[in-house]
Design a protein around this ligand. Structure first.
Ligand code: G6P
Ligand code: MG
Length: 219
């Protein structure tokens, strides 16, 4: 029987504004190799793994053939070092509006909560926010072979919770993420503007409520 059993969250841009730090770190890395990226291009990187993001940036600059795999790994490590540096002061004060009460309400309703982020930094980010214990399951980005828009990470999150994908709702701020949720067979709530194919779209996280999630599930 169809019944809401779980809510599966993206991390960057949904739980905290780390999406902006990913952008700043990529922008700096790209500038180091004479490629300019802007916020519009950055939208195409959201939900995309570190190496796939680097490939998109190199392609944008027409430099996809200029680096060996080893050099690309160094570039990706450099981006990550910028990113981790930007996160050094991350704390519970950086949890986006409405998220903490939402997580509490979901748990109080006996629903399960998972994280579906392809970021290898996700466990560290959740720990810095003091939210690790609010999640029942974290899908392991290191074991994922396809980034969003592939449904893999959402399917792994649902399986980790022991829940059928059709009994879960996913929450995302990226177009690739919305597509991943829908391909996984879940209802999708989008956060932000310009996302297409969502079952519900809110302008920011303060508008997310359990009642809305329950309503979206019934669509
Ligand atoms: C998320 C973010 C992306 C990021 C990816 C990998 O999907 O939306 O911007 O590139 O995670 O993150 P990582 O921390 O592993 O480099
Ligand atoms: Mg995101």
């Amino acid at each position: 029987m169809k019944q809401l059993e779980a809510v599966i969250f993206d991390l960057d841009g949904v739980i905290t504004d780390s999406a902006h730090f990913h952008y700043l770190a990529w922008k700096q890395l790209a500038a180091d190799i004479d490629i300019e990226i802007d916020e519009a291009f950055n939208e195409t990187l959201k939900g995309i793994s570190r190496m796939d993001s680097l490939d998109l940036i190199l392609a944008k600059g027409g430099r996809e053939k200029d680096f060996t795999l080893e050099q690309k790994e160094e570039l990706a490590a450099k981006k990550n070092a910028h990113y981790v540096e930007l996160l050094k002061d991350l704390s519970a004060a950086d949890i986006l509006p409405g998220i903490k009460p939402l997580l509490a309400a979901i748990r109080a309703a006996n629903l399960k909560i998972a994280l579906a982020s392809v970021s290898k930094n996700a466990p560290m980010v959740l720990a810095a926010l003091g939210l690790t214990d609010s999640f029942d399951y974290l899908a392991d980005a290191a074991k994922i072979t396809h980034s969003k828009p592939d449904p893999e990470i959402f399917l792994v999150a649902a399986a980790g919770l022991g829940v059928e994908p059709a009994n879960a709702v996913g929450i995302e701020d990226a177009q690739a993420g919305v597509e991943a949720i829908k391909s996984a067979g879940m209802k999708a709530i989008g956060v932000g503007t310009g996302l297409v194919g969502t079952d519900e779209l809110v302008s920011d996280t303060s508008k997310l409520t359990l009642a809305m999630i329950q309503k979206v599930f019934q669509i």
